[in-house]
Design a protein around this ligand. Structure first.
Ligand SMILES: NC(=O)c1ccc[n+]([C@@H]2O[C@H](COP(=O)([O-])OP(=O)(O)OC[C@H]3O[C@@H](n4cnc5c(N)ncnc54)[C@H](OP(=O)(O)O)[C@@H]3O)[C@@H](O)[C@H]2O)c1
Length: 272
């Protein structure tokens, strides 16, 4: 099995979205631990607060729901990398994203279309705008999907569909990239202890941390998969079982079962 510290050695620069909390923040922390020479660019609205001084981190304030904001920030990132880390392979981590629970179109249509913008459109646009750089220097694209990608997810219908997009898009992109010096990896975490559930509208403490994976465990599984040049990883055996069941069951049956589970364990816990 590839070791963790192998994964980041091949890169000189990392571009990450959503490094201000949760999985993205853990990823930047791991960058500092395993390869302090990395130049890291973070794109999110909030500034990551922990890392200055520990590694070469530059924060680019960016609302990924705004296409105009993304276009200009990509130019700034490219100019920054040209100055600070002009050579070597580049890792792009498309991590920013959010969910929402409730009956469609709760909480409201604008929130759901913003979700599609951040979880889907921004992933396609950022990757597309950076593809010339990635191909010129070589690199990898890591896309954070979810176990929600493997079956229709009632009561979070839009979120699950955005993650199904990310999973299928990432796997297809990896096939297109065969023979190039860029590869793509789709990561499908299950419940992970972050701000995700509170921001998705659940009451505080609805998803016990004890039943969730830690961000560090998700990132370590991601880095092992990256070092192993895999195209898909589902961190954790419980999530692997759920993903296998969700993808092998007939779609209508999977939708029915998921609706029962999500109604019982999530919908009842939506903060009113
Ligand atoms: N936690 C889970 O159980 C779980 C499970 C499966 C998949 N995931 C996925 O993992 C990824 C990371 O989520 P997390 O669990 O770490 O949740 P989190 O702690 O809420 O972090 C979400 C990140 O996304 C960024 N983001 C949200 N909207 C943005 C916008 N408009 N522009 C730029 N950045 C934005 C946030 O940054 P700002 O607010 O600073 O902009 C934040 O850094 C998401 O794609 C999520 O769907 C999470």
């Amino acid at each position: 099995m590839p070791s963790l510290n192998e994964a980041l050695q091949e890169f000189t620069a990392v571009i990450v979205t959503g490094g201000s909390s949760g999985i993205g923040k853990s990823f930047i922390e791991r960058c500092g631990e395993w390869n302090a020479n990395l130049t890291v660019c973070n794109l999110s609205r909030r500034t990551p607060d922990l890392f200055y001084g520990k590694l070469k981190l530059r924060h680019f304030p960016c609302d990924l729901a705004q296409s105009s904001s993304l276009a200009s920030v990509v130019q700034e990132v490219e100019a920054f990398l040209q100055r600070e880390a002009p050579q070597g392979r580049v890792l792009l981590l498309n991590n920013s994203g959010f969910g929402a629970y409730g009956y469609f179109p709760e909480p409201n249509v604008a929130h759901l279309t913003e979700m599609v913008d951040v979880n889907v459109r921004a992933v396609v646009e950022l990757t597309g705008r950076l593809m010339p750089l990635l191909k010129a220097r070589g690199g990898a694209i890591v896309n954070i999907a979810s176990t929600a990608a493997f079956q229709p997810t009632a009561f979070m219908a839009t979120y699950g569909a955005t993650k199904a997009f990310v999973l299928h898009w990432s796997l297809a992109l990896n096939e297109e990239l065969r023979g190039s010096n860029v590869r793509a990896l789709a990561v499908c975490p299950g419940p992970t202890a972050t701000e995700f559930f509170r921001r998705a509208g659940l009451e505080k403490g609805s998803v016990a941390d004890a039943l969730s994976m830690s961000c560090e465990a998700v990132i370590d599984a991601t880095l092992r998969a990256l070092a192993g040049k895999r195209s898909l990883v589902v961190p954790g055996w419980k999530n692997q079982v759920s993903a296998a069941v969700g993808s092998m069951a007939p779609k209508r049956l999977a939708a029915w079962v998921a609706a029962k589970v999500l109604a019982r364990f999530r919908l009842k816990k939506v903060a009113r």
